[in-house]
Design a protein around this ligand. Structure first.
Ligand code: ADP
Ligand code: MG
Length: 417
């Protein structure tokens, strides 16, 4: 079921309603909102340039922040229009609304290859409610629909789903942008028939967040390596003491069922054999959010029970060395979720070792390496290795749902090839 992409469609002279992910971080400086990271804008340039070269008249729609149906000046897309114009080296028209007469006349004024950015679609609560009348208003200026916002595709909102449905109902086409195309290729097609060995590394905070992904990947993977706080629920299920570690006692059964399935399917399912722990000591102070601040003292490695007063924060060196060896001989690697609390340098070694092994497998073993999940991408970038893997998803929540095998509404609404 391949989806139509921007490569396949003729857009000359047509108004292309293009949903992008311009949910960029902003900071207030001298009472002006300034973009602090333009990555998301830069990433859409290939799709924009292709459509501009093909002579499309581009009408860009996006959300920014959570204005909850109100005009929130700090969440205006106006600074994005300026930045985009600078990056394209061409003027970008901007309308301070996403529906109505102003939009209609700005869209009518577009010539082939010109670009118009609409104001934040979430200034209307109808956007997130996927209100049909609102979607009709958005679709007024759309001959064709293109979605390049993979990170929003798991939501059935008016601009991600409703407009696509309306355009196709009218006999128009709805296509994936180049970014979206890559996400579908690497998180979808490439994992359907992966080169083997296919090694999956799963970490992060909670088993409950990842169980659907574990379940689905148990049907594809040769090896699954478990790390992060998630591992402690498995340990707990085996009767190992986990001290003050982050665990989900209600999910002990889930954990055991996953291991059982791994056995049945002959998947090499590995849990950490050692853990870096620390003893938290209350400082009596509160942080900005009013939560108690703990000093993490007596950092050490254990291989069995975690003492009652201690907490696990990462896989240990023995586990890391074992995982590294397995990863280095993989032909396909999927990594979702850090191996520990990597944000704190004292607990980042295990995650960094895994990150380096993923890079080594890519470079030395010809492996395809695919990274999904917001914090895994952060960890890889923090280690300075972001550009040395095959693919890093831009999706966050959307990539997790896609890996679970869920049908994303924003993808489902696109035309088939
Ligand atoms: P992703 O966004 O890649 O899917 P998650 O959101 O599931 O990953 O988990 C990432 C978070 O889990 C990180 O903020 C990390 O600090 C935390 N984490 C991982 N291991 C531990 C641990 N042992 N103790 C506490 N937090 C952990
Ligand atoms: Mg996360």
């Amino acid at each position: 079921m391949a989806k139509l992409t921007v490569r396949d469609i003729d857009v000359r002279g047509k108004r292309v309603f293009l949903r992008v992910d311009y949910n960029v971080p902003l900071e207030e400086k001298d009472s002006q909102m300034v973009i602090t990271d333009s990555t998301r804008i830069i990433e859409t340039l290939p799709t924009l340039k292709l459509l501009m070269e093909k002579g499309g008249r581009l009408i860009l729609a996006a959300h920014l922040g959570r204005p909850k149906g109100k005009r929130e000046v700090t969440m205006s897309l106006a600074p994005v229009a300026l930045k985009l114009s600078e990056l394209l080296g061409k003027p970008v028209a901007f309308v301070d609304d996403c529906i109505g007469d102003k939009v209609a006349s700005a869209a009518a004024a577009l010539k082939d290859g010109e670009v118009l950015l609409l104001e934040n679609v979430r200034y209307y609560s109808e956007e997130e409610n996927n209100d049909p009348a609102f979607a009709e208003k958005l679709a007024k200026v759309a001959d064709l629909y293109v979605n390049d916002a993979f990170g929003a595709a798991h939501r059935a909102h008016a601009s991600t789903e409703g407009v696509a449905r309306i355009v196709t109902r009218r006999g128009g086409l709805a296509a994936a942008g180049l970014l979206m195309e890559r996400e579908l290729k690497f998180l979808g097609d490439e994992l359907e028939n992966p080169a083997r060995p296919f090694v999956v590394i799963l970490g992060g905070a909670k088993v409950s967040d990842k169980i659907k992904v574990i379940d689905r990947l148990l049907e594809k993977a040769d090896t699954i390596l478990i790390g992060g706080a998630m591992a402690y629920t498995f340990k707990l299920a085996h009767g190992v003491k986990t001290g003050k570690s982050l665990v989900e006692p209600d999910h002990k059964g889930t954990a055991l069922a996953a291991e059982e399935k791994a056995k049945l399917r002959q998947v090499n399912f590995q849990l950490p054999t050692d853990t870096i722990i620390a003893t938290p000591v209350d400082t009596g102070k509160l942080n900005k959010k009013g939560k108690p601040v703990y000093d993490l003292t007596q950092i050490r490695t254990v291989s069995g029970d975690i003492p009652d007063d201690a907490e696990g924060f990462s896989i240990g060196p023995e586990t890391a060395a074992n995982y590294v060896k397995i990863i280095q001989s993989a032909k396909t690697v999927l990594w979702n979720g850090p191996m520990g609390m990597f944000e704190d340098a004292r607990f980042a070694a295990g995650t960094n070792a895994v990150a380096q092994a993923v890079v080594d497998a890519t470079r030395n073993n010809g492996a395809k390496s695919i990274i999904g999940g917001g914090d895994s991408v952060k960890a890889l970038n923090k280690a300075g290795l972001g550009d040395q893997v095959t693919f890093m998803s831009t999706g966050g929540g959307a990539s997790l749902e896609f890996l679970e095998g869920a049908v994303l509404p924003g993808v489902a609404a696109l035309s088939e090839k």
